[in-house]
Ligand binder design. Structure first.
Ligand code: ACO
Length: 438
């Protein structure tokens, strides 16, 4: 079989595919930004063929108006707004409102939204008992998957996805309760009592307090650390159709309730190729240890026979400096100064490693730039979090993106259950052989 695919250049809005001598025209759809897409929805019906694209490297799984990434230019926009502007000027809930509803809120809308979220930060008191069912050394992501999924067993009045009010209520509940649940997971592992949310604090300050306050002394919220936490949340809030977001959409496409869908997203995020990379980057920097050992690691990263990679470098989409990494680097300096670690040897290693890698031919030619994880591990450690909490913090932030994407999908009139096809390469039909004859 010979397959020739030819996208006509110029102004035409059609691609043609020649398959077994027959030509098939396919419409080309144009977004507001980014590459055009060839619409293949009728391909199977017209040609009896599927497309094959493991890892979805060339496949747009949906239409979306939420987040745009230009990986070659290093651009990330939420609803059209550059990430650096949002990270500099917005609160996390302002960003959440933007992602969820498409526009930045007016002062009145913001106050109403903030008030609504803030009044849902507590979890059902009975949920406390869930935590004691886990081993003390349970990974907090394991606890998150379980407890967030269990929200659907507590909030029966917000699981009917056909009702827009219930969808809204589920969204508010999850955004509000995620920091509380995450902090409870942390407190449980530390053997400390849970700290209830405090509604006069903002989202990020409240989270830091729930994690680090203890009943025997007053807790002072540090404005520099709060700003860092806010920025980290904003930078991680959405990243279009990544693995965990696609998981949430796929789970939601069957009509599963939103708590179950977000729990599925958390499970996917847990993987080291996705949410776990910041921990790997920090471990690597600690292993390098001192600036004089950097050339050895650079050499190893370039060696084809060595599986070692510079963690926190390279990205599937960004072939330029990850715009989030720049903000993360600045935030990292601020936090280390605030906690008195400005001479942190790990930061020195990171800065020098970045400098050397960015001037090295191997990294330049392969377009390997620092990604967000390169500096976020050092920053989170300086904020006081143990490494197994890093992905949990990512999950708190990404919950907003997951919900925005889930809501968009439910509201899409073209939405159908997600059901990829396959290229089958297993045995052809054969008759059952009784056990005694095998
Ligand atoms: N160090 C050294 N070489 C690298 C690195 C790295 N960090 N990343 C990629 N390369 C090389 C590869 O060896 C490959 O070389 P080759 O063409 O000679 O075979 C080339 O660059 C392309 O790499 P791929 O793995 O094909 O690129 P892909 O887009 O599939 O991978 C990924 C991207 C997984 C992020 C990769 O760059 C990597 O492993 N980085 C380190 C881990 C990391 O930091 N992950 C966090 C990603 S950000 C996030 O998830 C929030």
């Amino acid at each position: 079989m010979s397959v020739a695919e030819d996208i006509r250049s110029g102004e035409t809005d059609e691609a043609s595919l020649t398959l077994r001598g027959a030509r098939h025209d396919l419409p080309v759809r144009r977004g507001t930004l980014g590459p055009d897409v060839i619409d293949i929805t009728s391909l199977y019906q017209d040609t009896d063929c599927f497309t094959y694209d493991p890892g979805f490297t060339s496949t747009a799984s949906c239409e979306s108006k939420i987040t745009y990434i230009d990986g070659d230019k290093g651009i990330l926009l939420y609803r059209g707004y550059p990430i650096d502007q949002l990270a500099e000027h917005c609160t996390f809930l302002e960003t959440a409102y933007l992602l969820l509803y498409g526009e930045l809120p007016t002062a009145e809308q913001y106050e109403a939204f903030k008030d609504r979220i803030t009044r849902h930060t507590m979890v059902h008191e009975q949920m406390n008992r869930f935590f004691t069912g886990f081993r003390r050394d349970a990974h907090p992501m394991a606890i998150m998957v379980g407890v967030v999924g269990a929200l659907s067993a507590f909030y029966h009045d917000s699981i009917d996805i056909r009702d827009p009010e219930q969808r809204e209520m589920a969204s508010v509940r999850m955004i509000a309760k995620m920091p509380t649940i995450a902090a409870m997971a942390y407190k449980y592992s530390a053997g400390q009592p849970f700290v209830y949310p405090k509604n006069d604090l903002d989202y990020s300050a409240n989270f830091l307090r729930m994690c680090f306050a203890v009943p025997c002394e007053e807790f002072e919220v540090d404005p520099v650390l709060t700003r860092a936490m806010r920025r980290i949340f904003i930078l991680h809030a959405d990243h279009e159709q990544n693995a965990s977001t696609s998981t949430v959409r796929l789970a939601g496409s069957s009509g599963a309730n939103p708590f179950a869908c977000i729990s599925a997203g958390i499970a996917c995020l847990w993987g080291p190729a996705h949410g776990g990379a910041n921990e790997a980057a920090l471990t690597m920097l600690q292993e390098v240890g001192t600036v004089d050992r950097i050339p050895e690691y650079i050499q190893r990263a370039k060696d084809k026979n060595d599986p070692f990679r510079l963690m926190g470098f390279g990205h599937r989409v960004y072939k330029n400096y990850d715009p989030r990494a720049k903000i993360m680097q600045k935030t990292c300096h601020e936090v280390l100064d605030a906690v008195g670690h400005h001479d942190d040897p790990i930061l020195k290693v990171a800065l020098e490693l970045e400098r050397i890698a960015l001037s090295d031919d191997y990294f330049i030619q392969k377009k390997l730039y620092p990604n967000i994880d390169f500096y976020s591990g050092i920053t989170l450690k300086a904020l006081g979090f143990p490494t197994d909490m890093f992905t949990v913090l990512f999950a708190i932030a990404r919950t907003v993106g997951w919900i925005a994407q889930w809501k968009e999908m439910i509201g899409d009139p073209l939405q159908r259950i997600g059901r990829p096809r396959q290229l089958y390469t297993g045995p052809t039909e054969r008759a059952y052989v009784p056990m005694k004859d095998r």
